[in-house]
Design a protein around this ligand. Structure first.
Ligand code: CA
Length: 222
């Protein structure tokens, strides 16, 4: 399945942060800074989705999209810095699937990528693949059992039982380490880290546990 996401953006810092968030979610970002190159790339190797900045150094993102639509139905999310550009994106009906206004959160953008690809019948990257077998105190990932310690199991179970909910470290400590009241934040982090490693051992591209900086952890919505 195609996980390639073409990022067309001339600001390296923005492109890097998007690419990082996409990679964390199992996508394969490709970064291009010019509109003409983006069209050539999309023609040669069609991506699953294009993230397209409106303000590019050569031709505008709107023009890129207009020309893209002559040969491709690939979903497009526009990045825009100005509200008057939004009117043009919406008003021109050039076939944009969505837009985000700068500044934006890369995580929020990736969430929209996921929604659009799911809607388009594309790859369900990041979809929860856990199977909780509470009676056996076991969790399967992608049909394969995870070899978990007691606290890793309880931690993962708590996350699985609350898909799409951000659980703070304090909430996780309450629920998972109820018999160990002196637990520290970093104990939670360490167990999340080892859980991620064990999931990656089954699927190197998988990283379903999301970190919400300053807030906690979550699994994707069911
Ligand atoms: Ca720009």
């Amino acid at each position: 399945m195609n996980k390639a996401i073409l990022i067309v953006e001339d600001e390296a810092a923005i492109a890097d942060s998007i690419a990082y968030a996409l990679r964390k979610d199992g996508y394969e970002p490709l970064h291009i800074t010019l509109g003409e190159q983006a069209l050539a790339s999309a023609r040669a190797t069609p991506p699953a989705l294009m993230i397209l900045d409106v303000g590019l150094p050569d031709i505008s993102g709107l023009e890129v999209c207009r020309r893209l639509r002559q040969f491709s139905d690939v979903p497009v999310i526009f990045l825009t810095a100005r509200s008057d550009e939004i009117d043009r994106i919406v008003g021109l009906e050039i076939g944009a699937d969505d837009y985000v206004t700068k500044p934006f959160s890369p995580r929020e953008l990736v969430a929209r990528v996921r929604v659009i690809l799911r809607r388009a019948g594309g790859p369900a990257v990041g979809a929860p693949a856990f199977e909780l077998r509470a009676a056996e105190a076991r969790v399967l990932y992608g049909g394969r059992p995870l070899d978990l310690t007691r606290y890793e199991y309880l931690l993962l179970k708590t996350l699985i039982e609350h898909p799409g909910h951000v659980l703070s470290r304090a909430q996780l400590m309450d629920r998972v380490w109820s018999d160990a009241p002196d637990t520290l934040d970093r104990t939670v982090d360490a167990h999340i880290k080892s859980l991620r490693a064990k999931i990656r051992a089954i699927d190197p591209a998988a990283d379903p546990i999301q970190t919400h900086r300053g807030m906690g952890y979550s699994l994707p919505p069911a």
